[in-house]
Unconditional design. Sequence first.
Length: 164
Amino acid sequence: MSLRTIAVAGMAVIAGACASAGGSSARRVRCDLADRDSLFAVVGPVYRDCAVDRAARLLTTQTHPDYRPTNPRSTCYSADVEFVVDSTGRPEMPTLQVVRANDQGFAESVLAMVRAWKYEPAVRDGRAVRQIVTSHQVMSTMVVVVPKGMPPPSSPPAQRPVSC
């Protein structure tokens, strides 16, 4: 057997082992944690949604930000928050952070809301794991102008999808 044949056979064995080691090695390379994720990894191993077999899924659906806008001219509020959902499905409060927001008061109300959320935890290789979650929250307000002397509308205006 030539040296070249041995080398090719060895590479095939290594490639096969990588492919069968609990998921796609290409998937895991694309999902490596960034330097900014070091805060999340302090407690232990943590993964992004693209590196797990089943991503964490929000179970709490009836919570809304408790926010009363103070600027009557603003009609759209948004906040992106990021945090770790632990292996029991609870957000880890020390990891909770605002990534982006167009109103600080709204962002604070979103942070308060996250504390009440419950998730189905992420799963990787058959066990529950910690996962970094990013949530985009949006709230819009609407100003309804009623001409002087006219009664207010009998029903609210039709809802449109929010995009700010």
